[in-house]
Design a protein around this ligand. Structure first.
Ligand code: NDP
Length: 453
């Protein structure tokens, strides 16, 4: 009989924690998990899933407009935000129930409440103490706001999923994933959207052509993108929020959304009691087995500061459980991780950007195609799709693929497999296209747009 109550105690029932606990239990471990909010975590409850549902809702606006070019006569249309909210919330409730069932069916014990470490083997939840041989920290992150005066008048992504009325005019601060996604959603739903970004161009870290193309297309759809824009203060005037910018300009809106990044949720976790090292950003550094500096304490997901994406957290959690409890050691891969931004139009990428590739490789061939998709010949929309391949001239390997345009996330998943397998440009060229699609462009780009060192 073990000296501990459990073989594994998981703190945080989000994507990484739930996967790790279910897999560990499947390997025969006695597992408990605690959660202080709703089981499912950021992705399911207040992130990827409700955001994607909002993105679908928003896209109908354009689909309805485009239909006219194909002969459809559609009468007056109206978007009902409360109705959408109610349907979206019901779906999130359903998913939450599924997650609860998954845990129960795998034999994982759920404790409701915030977990706090008392030492390297003891977790306290809701006044009760539990001991475990191994502990997994999977607490994720939380949104942060800049410290400008009046920041308490602004919302974060946690709040925006529940606002009761659709904003008439809104300011979104930030130029990352969350900012551009919500800018596209609310603009399409009819709000006047001002996106304020402090830097040179939105989506820092993405390929330069992608950033330029997305900014152009978002602006064409009506999003007001203010670059080099910083908020000095927000003040309340009646029902309005007046946003003061560094340029001296003011914007009167009814909603201000801060999409200015997320930080690990490590406060109040008792990490010091267990001797777990936390870096200056609040992240818990781990090794390739997701092990912290304390031999029996592990961490996966956003809290580790590796890559803040759900499928990455899931892989990390799965690898941890197989390695520690299933006698099947493997490490999650953090290379060639594809990602998508569900902007309007969407962006998807895998591998190196042109800029990154230049720092690592002697010479490159850049294949670039910008075209009007077939659908828009009749819809009349001017929107252009961008596709780009970054190729190492020496080895012919495709180092990166980047796309802005409809279905980019769906297309990129398959390309990610090819790039993960080390595919060469010659192998892309030898692949037969599917006609007529946008994706076939990826196997028909023959002449580099530029080559260079
Ligand atoms: P990001 O880090 O992607 O973007 C934060 C943005 O806010 C950046 O443009 C940043 O500017 C800006 N910013 C940061 N601090 C300040 C400040 N003090 N004042 C003004 N602007 C500021 O964070 P998000 O919040 O958008 O998303 C968090 C993470 O969640 C993402 O990085 C991603 O990993 C994940 N995510 C993934 C999604 C997906 O897969 N589709 C969707 C949503 C989130 P600068 O560039 O200058 O630093």
């Amino acid at each position: 009989m073990s000296e501990f109550d459990y073989d594994l105690y998981v703190i945080g029932a989000g994507s990484g924690g739930v996967r790790a606990s279910r897999i560990a239990a499947g390997h025969g471990a006695r597992v408990a998990i605690c959660e202080d909010s709703r089981v499912g975590g950021t992705c399911v409850i207040r992130g990827c899933v409700p955001k994607k549902l909002m993105s679908y809702a928003a896209h109908f606006a354009e689909d309805i407009e485009d239909a006219a070019g194909f002969g459809w006569q559609i009468g007056e249309t109206r978007f009902d935000w409360p109705r959408f909210l109610q349907r979206k919330n019901a779906e999130i409730d359903r998913l939450n129930q599924i997650y609860l069932k998954l845990l129960a069916n795998s034999g994982v014990t759920l404790h409701e409440g915030q977990g706090r470490l008392l030492n390297a083997h003891t977790v306290e939840v809701a006044g009760r103490q539990y001991t475990a041989e191994k502990i997994l920290i999977a607490v994720g992150g939380r949104p942060v706001k800049p410290e400008f005066p009046g920041h308490e008048l602004s919302l974060t992504s946690d709040d925006i999923f529940y606002i009761e009325t659709l904003p008439r005019r809104m300011v979104i601060i930030g130029g990352g994933y969350i900012a551009v996604e919500f800018a596209g959603i609310f603009n399409a739903l009819g709000s006047e959207v001002h996106l304020l970004y402090r830097g040179e161009q939105i989506l820092r870290g993405f390929d330069a052509d992608v950033r330029r193309t997305l900014a152009r297309e978002m602006a064409a759809k009506g999003v007001h993108i203010h670059l080099h824009a910083e908020v000095q203060a927000v003040e309340k005037k009646g029902e309005e929020r007046v946003v003061h910018l560094n340029t001296g300009e003011t914007l009167s809106v009814d909603t201000v959304l801060c999409a200015t990044g997320r930080v690990p949720r490590t406060e109040g976790l008792g990490l010091d009691k267990a001797g777990v090292y936390v870096n200056e950003k609040g992240e818990i550094p781990v090794d390739h087995d997701s092990k912290t500096n304390v031999a029996n304490i592990f961490a996966v997901g956003d809290v580790t500061g590796r890559i803040a994406l759900t499928p990455v957290a899931i892989q990390e959690g799965h690898a941890f459980a197989d390695t520690q409890f299933g006698n099947k050691p493997w490490c999650p891969s953090h290379e060639n991780v594809p990602s998508a931004v569900f902007s309007q139009p969407p962006v998807a990428s895998v591998g190196l950007t042109e800029g990154e590739a230049h720092t690592l490789h002697e010479s490159l061939d850049i294949y670039l195609s910008e075209f009007r998709p077939l659908k828009h010949t009749l819809s009349g929309r001017e929107e252009k799709t961008l596709m780009k391949l970054v190729v190492c001239r020496e080895t012919d390997r495709v180092l990166g693929c980047h796309m802005v345009g409809p279905d980019a996330p769906e297309i990129m998943q398959g390309v990610a497999i090819a790039i993960q397998c080390g595919a060469t440009k010659a192998q892309f060229d030898a692949t037969v296209g599917i006609h007529p699609t946008a994706a076939e462009e990826l196997v028909t780009m023959r002449t580099p747009a530029r080559s260079g060192h």
